[in-house]
Design a protein around this ligand. Structure first.
Ligand SMILES: Nc1ncnc2c1ncn2[C@@H]1O[C@H](COP(=O)(O)OP(=O)(O)OP(=O)(O)O)[C@@H](O)[C@H]1O
Length: 610
């Protein structure tokens, strides 16, 4: 991934309030809203039960305690115990009710994110650092699940409990109740200030987690380079800088949280203290019963937790809102442009040997018509990589593409399976514009093998058969491995069923390249695009692969990027790409005679790779 850690995109999302960001989760919550509502109801009942306890205490103090009635005291104590047990059981039930739906919402969000990542254009993946995407699919979604389990319910439950508590307090003694209501204004102002600051810090922290993930991922994948060049110290230094930066942001979050926690705890405590003094004076003056004061203060103390917890519930909600924003930044990206025409996947006829386009007047094979291409993330004023490329590969023909490093060969090959959208011009396959073709069909017609062979954490068999339809089996696998001269597979511990590990790191570069080639040819594709597929092979193996490939290429229209004469000899004709244009087309011999640049590239002394 070209985007470096420091250059990771920081998409400027429109600033939404936390509530508006979180509301975007509604489509995911809707199917499970019943359970969440039931859980909230159970929690409200449990929380309000705790408010009944002070009323029982009031009854005990003014009744059995004042009247010295031990039976009444026992009855009161049993009632308090019963209420406590009921409260605990109901909170347990709430937890059970939210466990399934919260994990279900998290799983659906994750599945949708993965699906979207698969569908986003290659240009998007060129721009975004992989760690930023990983952290969105892991840390951010865990934050969202935590939000669904706690703050979503408890902000509501605590709100209702505080309201109910104040009704009870005002009913017992309105003047003392008003004293406790005084802190509401400073609390609202404090919470709003906190929310603004905490949201910025939370966003920064989550982006920094993404940067750190990118760095760790790159260091692990590039461990050979890191060790080979003795760069572990500088990598460790880079890691420490990012980790310190994240730690700084986390400390800032902790400081903000500590401040709001202290504020939210102190202000109500002061009000309770004032109410205690005022209440004691009223009891001394005989205006208030001792039981009422006990009940009043117990209720006020029971409301402490619902009020105090608002600080961290707001913090968690803010983090969830930021996680939602980051999630939808990816989900809102435009997918690959829609296919312009409906159609089916490749048919058996599509896979048949080369033939000219039906009708005869439209040229068959692969045709590039006035193709101009600039990478979407390239600077506006930079020249296009390809400038008006006109090229035709006849049906069944193999055309080698030769050009200096950076001349645009890989770019041209990536346009055939429509990995990028053309800036202008057309690419036709057997007369059909690829822009009009359903992608599924296009990609079942065209097989590709890139210079950098990517293998997945799966068996050799699965890796190779990925290039064919579901009907392909062992016969196709054997044939493809034969073409790619991948006899080494038989010597692997479990043959073709051997897991090749993350990115096939347990195999040599040449072995990986041969498996990638086998994957490209296993589906007997109608069009084959090979980007320097034999670069890692020794000359003897290359010669064997070429002999077998010639058999395959006889039936296929192929575009092969070549850097050395041996690969060029596979082809019927050669096209020379120079400065984004096709400078010459002809046989190898013709170009050697007529093009100085071609002769120079093929001589092995040029700017070509070999
Ligand atoms: N994703 C990208 N975004 C912007 N520019 C890119 C991107 N990929 C390649 N380029 C630029 O496009 C130009 C052509 O690159 P390309 O990989 O097609 O060359 P190439 O001929 O295949 O080179 P090589 O022989 O070294 O493989 C280069 O200048 C490169 O910097």
């Amino acid at each position: 991934m070209p985007a470096s850690t420091s250059a990771a995109p920081r998409p400027v999302a429109p600033k939404r309030s936390a509530v508006r960001s979180l509301l975007r989760l509604w489509p995911y919550l809707r199917p499970v809203r019943g359970r969440f509502l039931a859980a909230a109801f159970v929690a409200v009942v449990a929380s309000c039960l705790s408010l009944v306890i002070p009323l029982v205490l009031k009854w005990m103090v003014d009744g059995p305690v004042a009247g010295r009635d031990p039976d009444g005291v026992w009855l009161g104590a049993l009632a308090v115990l019963g209420l406590g047990v009921a409260e605990a059981l109901l909170f347990g039930l709430r937890r059970w009710l939210v466990a399934r739906p919260s994990t279900r919402v998290e799983a659906s969000l994750r599945a949708d994110l993965y699906r979207r990542l698969q569908r986003l254009p290659v240009a998007f993946h060129d721009r975004w650092a992989s760690g930023q995407l990983l952290s969105r699919g892991t840390t951010d979604l865990s934050l969202l699940r935590m939000f669904l389990v706690f703050p979503l319910t408890f902000l509501f439950v605590n709100g209702v409990t505080v309201l109910a508590g104040f009704v009870v307090l005002l009913a017992q003694d309105w003047s003392l109740g008003l004293v406790l209501l005084l802190p509401v204004v400073p609390l609202v102002v404090g919470c709003s200030l906190f929310e603004t600051r905490y949201s910025k810090a939370a966003r920064r922290a989550q982006d920094q987690v993404g940067d750190l993930t990118t760095l760790v991922e790159e260091s692990v994948l590039g461990i050979r380079v890191v060790k080979g060049f003795g760069r572990h110290r500088s990598q460790a230094r880079a890691f420490r800088v990012l980790a310190e930066r994240l730690r700084g942001t986390e400390l800032r979050k902790a400081r903000l949280l500590a401040a709001i926690w202290a504020f939210i705890t102190t202000v109500p405590e002061l009000a309770i203290g004032a109410a205690l003094v005022l209440g004691t004076v009223q009891v001394a003056d005989g205006e208030l019963s001792a039981g009422t004061l006990v009940a009043f203060l117990s209720t006020a103390l029971a409301l402490r937790w619902p009020v105090e917890s608002i600080g961290f519930l707001l913090a968690m909600s803010q983090e969830a809102a930021t996680a939602t924003e980051r999630y939808f930044e990816v989900m809102d990206q435009a997918e690959e442009t829609a296919d312009r025409a409906p159609g089916a996947v490749a048919t058996a006829a599509d896979r048949a040997p080369g033939r000219d386009a039906p009708g005869g007047d439209v040229p068959g094979g692969v045709v590039f018509e006035g193709v101009t291409f600039r990478y979407p993330d390239a600077p506006e004023d930079s020249p296009p990589v390809l400038r008006g490329v006109d090229l035709r590969i006849r049906p069944g023909e193999t055309l080698a593409l030769v050009g200096a490093t950076g001349s645009g060969k890989t770019t041209l090959t990536a346009l055939v399976p429509r990995l990028y959208e053309l800036t202008s011009g057309r690419v036709l396959l057997d007369g059909e514009d690829i822009a009009e073709m359903p992608r599924e069909r296009l990609r079942s017609l065209v097989a590709v093998a890139f210079e950098e062979p990517t293998l997945f954490s799966a068996s050799v068999r699965d890796n190779v058969l990925m290039g064919a339809g579901p009907e392909a089996g062992d016969a196709e696998l054997r044939r493809a491995l034969d073409v790619a001269q991948a006899g080494f597979v038989a010597d692997l511990p479990r043959g073709a069923r051997t897991e090749v590990g993350e990115q096939g790191l347990s195999l040599s570069g040449g072995q990986r390249q041969r498996l990638a080639l086998a994957r490209a040819v296993v589906g007997t594709p109608r069009f084959l695009v090979l980007d320097d597929p034999l670069s890692a092979l020794d000359v003897h193996t290359e010669a064997l692969v070429e002999a077998a490939l010639r058999e395959v290429l006889r039936d296929t229209t192929a575009l092969v990027v070549a850097h050395r004469p041996s690969t060029v000899l596979l082809a019927d004709r050669v096209a020379l790409l120079s400065e984004g244009r096709i400078a010459a087309v002809g046989t190898h011999q013709e170009l050697l005679r007529t093009s100085a640049e071609y002769a120079w590239l093929m001589s092995g002394t040029g700017d070509g790779k070999r």
